[in-house]
Design a protein around this ligand. Structure first.
Ligand code: SF4
Length: 484
C-alpha cells in the first residue's frame, strides 16, 4: 500500500494498523503527489483549538475519508511520551475508521494490534479502574468486539490474581528440548527431527552444565523458582532415563519444593510411554500437555503427524493411569482439511476426556512452515470464526474458563490462542510468561530469558539451533553468571 504522510512521521504505528487490517499489504513510501488506487493519505494538522488526523484511503475504486481530532491544548500540556501516544492513537483511529468503511467489517480485536491484549485491562485495573471501566476502555478506545472483551477481562482477572500471589524473589524457569520425532507441516519452530536427534546425548550433557551454572547463580542471588516448564520441540523425544536425569538435575540445582508447579510438554502422543510418564511423575512433574491438535485422522495426516487419533486416546488414558497430575490438551482451529463440523467433533471428544486445561489455538502459518510452500486448502477466516465461537460456548458450558491468551501474526482472521482451565487448575507459568509478570530464566537452545524490571523487559536469547548452542555454551554460561 502506498503511504503518504504530512504533519507527522508515525511510520511504525501506521504500519501496525495497516498490517492488522490488510495483512497481505506491505508499506511503500513513494515520492511526489498521492497516486494509485491502493493508497493512504494521512495528515495531522494543528489548529488553535483542535489538531486533526485526516485519513483518505483509496482502494478498490472507492475513496474513504475519516477524521479524528484531539484538543491542541491537551497535546501541548501532555508530557512528551503522552503527547506521542495521543498523536499515534488519533492517527491510527482515523486510518482504522476509513479502512473499516472500505472493508465493511471490523476485526475482532478492533484497533488492538499487539500480542498481549490482556495487558491493557490489567494495567487499567491496577491503576484503579473497576472491571467495568476497564472493559469500557476496550470498547470505547480500541473498538474491541464484545466476545473478545469478555475473554480479555476474564484473563485479566486471572493475571491479577496470580500477580498478587507472586513473591519478589520468585522467578520461573523454562527449559528447551528442541527435538521432535518428525516435523509437523504447519510448524516453523526450530526443532530438529529425524537423524538430527542423534545430537540428543551431547545436547543433554550441555544443558545439564547450563542448569548447574544457572542453579548456582540463582541461589547466590537469593532467587527461588515459582514454576518450571520443560517445552520444545517435544521433550518426550528424550528417553525415560534422559528425562529422569534432566528432572533430577533441575530439582537439585534449583532446590525445588515438592509442590513447585512443574510442567512437561509431552506434546506428541507417539513419543509417550509408561516409563517416560513414570519418570516425569517421579521427577516432580505435576502437569503435562498432550497435544492432539485435532481428533480427525484425515487432518492429522494432512498436517504430517505420523500417529492417529486412537494413539491420542491411548496416551491420555495412560497418563491418567500413571497419574502425572493436571493435563492440558491443545487443539488448533483452521487446520488444512478441517471444517467447523470436524473441529466441533474434535473439541467435543477432548472435552469428553475431561482434561484440566484445554488450549484452543488458531492456525498461524509463519515463514518456514511447510504448508506455506504447499498449496494446502486451509479453512477461511469465516469458518475459523465459527470454530472458535463454538469452542467458547462449549468450553464455558463444560465448566472451563479462559485464563490466558495471546495473539500471533499470520493467523487467519486475526484471531488468538486461548488457554481454558477448570477452576483452580490454571498454569501459573503460562500467565507469568505471557503477561510478563516476572523474570523467566530460559535454558537450552532457543530459550529467551526475560528479566522484568521497573516498566521494562530485558531479553537475553540463547542460540536457536542445538549445534550453535553447544558451540557457544561457555559464552552462554558466562553471560548468565552476571545476569541476576
Ligand atoms: S510437535 Fe510441535 S514443535 Fe514439534 S514439529 Fe510438531 S508443531 Fe513443531
Amino acid at each position: 500500500m502506498n503511504l503518504y504522510f504530512s504533519g507527522h512521521g508515525e511510520k511504525y504505528a501506521v504500519e501496525q494498523t495497516m498490517l492488522t487490517l490488510f495483512p497481505q499489504e506491505r508499506p511503500v513510501y513513494p515520492e511526489g503527489p498521492v497516486q494509485g488506487d491502493n493508497a493512504l493519505d494521512l495528515s495531522f494538522s494543528r489548529g488553535p483549538v483542535w489538531t486533526t488526523a485526516r485519513a483518505v484511503l483509496r482502494r478498490d475504486g472507492g475513496t474513504f475519508t475519516r477524521q479524528c481530532r484531539v484538543k491542541t491544548a491537551r497535546l501541548d500540556q501532555a508530557d512528551p511520551v503522552e503527547a506521542t501516544r495521543l498523536t499515534r492513537r488519533t492517527l491510527q483511529r482515523a486510518f482504522y475508521l476509513a479502512a473499516v468503511d472500505c472493508l465493511g467489517t471490523e476485526p475482532p480485536w478492533g484497533m488492538l494490534s499487539g500480542v498481549r491484549p490482556v495487558k491493557l485491562p490489567t494495567r487499567a485495573m491496577e491503576a484503579g479502574a473497576t472491571p467495568r471501566q476497564a472493559e469500557a476502555m476496550l470498547r470505547r478506545d480500541y473498538r474491541v468486539s464484545p466476545a473478545r472483551r469478555r475473554l480479555a477481562m476474564d484473563c485479566a482477572q486471572a493475571s491479577l490474581a496470580v500477580k498478587k500471589s507472586l513473591q519478589p524473589q520468585e522467578v520461573s524457569l523454562y527449559v528447551g528440548i528442541p527435538f521432535c520425532p518428525t516435523r509437523c507441516a504447519y510448524c516453523s519452530f526450530i526443532s530438529s527431527s529425524g537423524s538430527a536427534n542423534k545430537l540428543i546425548p551431547s545436547y543433554l550433557e550441555g544443558l545439564l552444565r547450563e542448569i548447574d551454572a544457572a542453579g548456582e547463580n540463582l541461589q547466590a542471588a537469593g532467587k527461588t523458582v515459582r514454576s518450571v516448564y520443560i517445552g520444545g520441540g517435544t521433550p518426550t523425544t528424550l528417553s525415560a532415563p534422559q528425562l529422569a536425569q534432566l528432572m533430577d538435575r533441575l530439582r537439585t540445582a534449583f532446590r525445588l519444593a515438592p509442590d513447585t508447579e512443574f510442567t512437561v510438554e509431552a506434546g506428541r502422543p507417539d513419543t509417550m510411554t509408561r516409563e517416560k510418564l513414570e519418570a516425569i511423575r517421579a521427577g516432580g512433574g505435576n502437569r503435562i500437555s498432550i497435544n492432539p491438535q485435532t481428533m480427525s485422522d484425515g487432518v492429522l495426516a494432512a498436517i504430517g503427524r505420523s500417529h492417529r487419533a486412537e494413539d491420542i486416546r491411548a496416551a491420555y488414558a495412560l497418563a491418567r493411569e500413571v497419574d502425572v497430575g493436571a493435563i492440558n490438551m491443545d487443539l488448533i482451529a483452521g487446520l488444512p482439511g478441517d471444517t467447523p463440523e470436524g473441529f466441533r467433533a474434535s473439541l467435543e471428544e477432548v472435552i469428553g476426556l475431561d482434561p484440566e486445561n484445554i488450549t484452543v489455538h488458531t492456525l498461524a502459518l509463519k515463514r518456514g512452515a511447510r504448508l506455506r510452500q504447499e498449496d494446502a486448502v486451509i479453512p477461511e477466516g469465516e469458518a475459523v470464526a465459527q470454530m472458535l465461537s463454538f469452542a467458547w460456548d462449549a468450553l464455558r458450558e463444560a465448566g472451563y474458563v479462559p485464563y490466558y491468551l495471546y495473539r500471533q501474526k499470520f493467523t487467519s482472521g486475526s484471531f488468538e490462542n486461548v488457554g481454558w482451565c477448570k477452576p483452580g487448575t490454571l498454569s501459573q507459568y503460562n500467565i507469568c510468561m505471557m503477561e510478563e509478570l516476572h523474570t523467566v530464566l530460559s535454558l537450552g537452545a532457543g530459550g529467551v530469558t526475560k528479566t522484568i524490571g521497573e516498566g521494562c523487559v530485558k531479553r537475553l536469547a540463547n542460540p536457536k539451533y542445538p549445534q550453535e548452542y553447544l558451540r557457544d555454551l561457555d559464552r552462554i554460561i558466562e553471560e548468565k553468571t552476571t545476569y541476576f
